[in-house]
Ligand binder design. Structure first.
Ligand SMILES: O=C(O)CCC(=O)C(=O)O
Ligand SMILES: [Fe+2]
Length: 273
C-alpha cells in the first residue's frame, strides 16, 4: 500500500453551506470503475472493515481528506506529514433485497449523544468554522436508489433546539416520540451511482432502512472520524495492521491526547486503544 499521490480536494463553499444546513453531503461518483471493482471484490469476499487491501485507500481518500480537515481540524494542527483528524471505526454492510433495518438496531433514527446537550461529539459552528464532532463517511460501492434502502437523514436536526418528544430527553434516538412517523416521513433520501460517498455528522438524526432494491445489494463501507480531541469508539485494530500502512495513513490511528509532547506520528506506544 502506498500514500495517495493526489492532493486532497478542498471543501468548497457550496459544500460547507450544505453540510452546515443539512448535516450531510453527497459526493457522487468519486471512485473509478477499477477502484470500485477491486473494493467490491474484497467486500464480497468477506471483508468486515475497511482497514486492509484496496478498501484501505478509502480511509484517507483525497476526495474526503479536504472535507474532514475542514470540519474536524483547525489551523495550528494542520501538517503535510500527518492527518489532523483521526479515524476510529470502520464497518461494512452487504444487504440484499429483503434485508430489514430492524435486524441491526440502527433502523430507529438516532444520534451519537442526546440532543441539546454540550459534549465533545456534537456539531458546532464558531468563528465561521465547522466542528462536526463524530463524523461518518459512507462509501456506496453499488447503486443506491432513493426510497429503496440507503441511510436516511433528518436534515437540519444536528442543530435542533428542541428535543425529539420522547419520554426520556437523555435518549439518543426518537424512540417513543409521538412524532416518530412524521419525523421519519421528513427524512431525506439520496440516490447515487456506485463509488459515491456521503459525509454526515453523527449529531444528525439518521437511520438504516430496509433494502428493497432487487437490482443490486447494498454494499457500503462506513468509516468514522473524530477530531484530535475526542474519541467515541474503541478502535479494535492491531498494531501490526496499522504498522503495515503508509506512515501518513498510520497517523489516523494515533493516541487521543495533546499536552506533554508532540502528538503527530503513530507508534506502538502512541496508539488509540
Ligand atoms: O446502516 C445504515 O444505513 C446507518 C448506519 C449508521 O447508523 C451509522 O453509520 O451511524
Ligand atoms: Fe448511526
Amino acid at each position: 500500500m502506498s500514500e495517495h499521490s493526489a492532493a486532497p480536494v478542498p471543501m468548497t463553499d457550496e459544500q460547507k453551506f450544505f453540510f452546515d444546513l443539512q448535516g450531510w453531503i453527497l459526493l457522487p461518483s468519486v471512485l473509478s470503475e477499477a477502484e470500485i471493482a477491486a473494493m467490491k471484490a474484497e467486500v464480497y469476499d468477506g471483508a468486515k472493515q475497511g482497514y486492509q487491501g484496496a478498501l484501505q485507500e478509502l480511509l484517507d481518500h483525497p476526495a474526503v481528506v479536504g472535507i474532514l480537515t475542514e470540519i474536524l481540524a483547525e489551523e495550528p494542527y494542520l501538517g503535510d506529514e500527518y492527518y489532523s483528524f483521526r479515524c476510529e471505526n470502520s464497518f461494512i454492510t452487504v444487504r440484499h433485497a429483503g434485508w430489514k433495518s430492524t435486524d441491526n438496531g440502527t433502523g430507529l433514527p438516532h444520534v451519537v449523544r442526546p440532543p441539546q446537550q454540550a459534549n465533545a461529539m456534537r456539531y458546532q459552528v464558531a468563528g465561521n468554522k465547522i466542528f462536526s464532532g463524530l463524523t461518518r463517511v459512507v462509501w456506496e460501492l453499488e447503486e443506491v436508489k432513493a426510497g429503496q434502502g440507503g441511510t436516511t437523514f433528518l436534515s437540519g436536526s444536528h442543530k435542533a433546539h428542541f428535543n425529539y418528544g420522547g419520554p426520556d430527553p437523555n435518549r439518543p434516538n426518537i424512540g417513543e416520540s409521538p412524532w416518530e412517523e412524521r419525523m421519519r416521513a421528513a427524512m431525506a433520501q439520496y440516490s447515487c451511482p456506485p463509488g459515491s460517498a456521503i459525509v454526515f455528522t453523527e449529531s444528525l438524526l439518521h437511520a438504516a432502512n430496509d433494502w428493497r432494491n432487487s437490482d443490486n445489494p447494498r454494499c457500503a463501507v462506513f468509516n468514522c472520524y473524530n477530531s484530535l480531541w475526542a474519541q467515541w469508539h474503541r478502535l479494535n485494530l492491531s498494531h501490526e495492521a496499522i504498522e503495515a500502512m503508509p506512515p501518513k495513513r498510520r497517523s489516523l490511528f494515533r493516541g487521543t491526547w495533546q499536552i506533554g509532547g508532540e502528538n503527530r506520528a503513530y507508534s506502538l506506544d502512541n496508539r488509540s486503544v
